[in-house]
Ligand binder design. Sequence first.
Ligand SMILES: Cc1cc2ncn([C@H]3O[C@H](COP(=O)(O)O)[C@@H](O)[C@H]3O)c2cc1C
Ligand SMILES: O=C(O)c1cccnc1
Length: 583
Amino acid sequence: MTPDREQFVRPPTPPGFDASRAAERAEDPRGWRYDDAAREAVHRVIAERRDIRRFRPDEVPDDVLGRLLEAAHRAPSVGLMQPWRFIVIRDVATRSQVRTLAQRERLRQADRFDDRARHFLDQKIEGVVEAPVGVVVCCDPGDPDTEILGRGTIPETDIYSAACAIENFWLAARAEGLGVGWVSFYRPPDLRSVLGIPERVIPMAYLCVGWPDERPVRPGLEAAGWSSRVPVERVVMREHWGEAERADDVSASPDRAAAIAVRDRGDTQVRPAGSLGALEGVVERWAGVTGAPPPARMRAGVLLCAGDHGHTARGTSLYGARVSADIAAAAARGETAAAVLAADGGHDLVVADVGLREPTPGGVAARKVAAGTRDVLDGPAMTAGECSAAMAAGADLADALAHTGIDCLVAGEIGIGNTTTAAMLAAALTGAAPAQLVGRGVGVDAAGLERKRALVADALALHAEAIAAGPLSLLAALGGLELAALAGAVGAAWHRALPVVLDGYAATVAALVAVRVDPTVAEGLIAGHRSAEPGHGLVLTELGLEPLLDLRLRVGEGSGALLSLPLIAQAGALHAGMGTFAR
Ligand SMILES: Cc1cc2ncn([C@H]3O[C@H](COP(=O)(O)O)[C@@H](O)[C@H]3O)c2cc1C
Ligand SMILES: O=C(O)c1cccnc1
């Protein structure tokens, strides 16, 4: 028998140590949080912090300023180095000198800026003299040779730490109702000489501090139309770099007012209501994207993305990878169907190699991410990194075209074997059976068709997990570097308010991927045609799109979309030119 042991009684926690118990923390892991009101207050102060430029002359009491400096001094610092130093300035003569520095800098910078920036510089940029207090926040790195925990790898950690102190100061000021304006319009050596700051010390900020004579609800630069805060999703990536939406995107949403104005005008035109059928829908959709009906003369940016597919080694196309590069080269020389149509219509044609197995041919934009995809039956066709790089390349190419002032983007592809990849993606995205989605492509025979179907079924089984994980992971697993690029291009066009005229099967499937990533992208799509591939109609229906033409084309490259452009332009001409009933 084991003798009874006396229970050990834990001594009380000495002051200044963590009094929580392991059992308590396990039972209530969130027990450290504040109550709702306190949490709300924190978030409110963060959201309502503003950069203040106009100040009341009233003095800032020492005790209030003391609380702000205390808050700043509580900032985190790497290795607890506490590199911040604060110079509190109340003397108006000193503030005047600083203001002169800021004004001098403003004039210097105005010379280098364009009109828009000059307009910004005309706005009030500082309140150095008005604000009764100035606080210069400096970073004193100390002796660079002294080993500081955490500074070995990132020497700038001292500045990062001091920046945290500035934010603390700012938030505490907001809670007090005090305004802070961060002035950086000075050259550090000038400020050093005015304030006697030693050479090694960095004057990071001149903070104007005082009671605000404005209570802005929005950031000043947003109110002035300079820029706006992007949605948080644009700056947050998951798992690795590259999946955040592009931070320079303009925010996009369908322009319902413009679309409705178009419909209202259509209703008063000298024709039976609704009598222009599908053309009315196109004009409305176009206006929803661009804010105006299609122009009667239009210039499209035709983006043909080219890539190769590893599974062609299994006989999924009549041709081999060598041919993709030849088609791309011929397109760039103006010899293929789409190139002829683009030249005929006066459109801009860009042929881009994002994944050809062969070297990039002359005349073709070199954006190769990989030399073809891997065979899907050997593993994922692309890595996640290759997939997002291809999407980014497509987005860049679309952005570059957008900057040339095109009216819309034509999305087309070149890639031997890509009708098979399109079928895999379509099956993965819609759940439809491979038999409905696999067609003859360039023209395989019955045995080839069987091979394509079998490959699609096997790939779906092999990559079931990636397929379940979402559109980007299934795109990477099943492939199509050129299709990933087109998905990126379609998303970018939407964010640039450019309608996308879709071509055949593969391009439409790429658009479906983009829509699965961001459903609003669907608002910007127009189906140029329905191709001979049986899966194309199914995918168009999935997207809710009615094709403008149905000519049993099976060329790809953007040819069907190009053929539909005159029709879209004419729909625009009808809208603009027809008379209206007087009523
Ligand atoms: C000379 C030639 C020109 C083309 N232009 C587009 N494609 C089209 O056919 C290919 C897809 O079909 P599949 O999946 O059966 O290989 C893609 O390159 C597509 O753009 C062409 C194909 C050929 C042969
Ligand atoms: O759907 C298409 O555009 C298509 C069909 C067959 C071959 N190339 C393209």
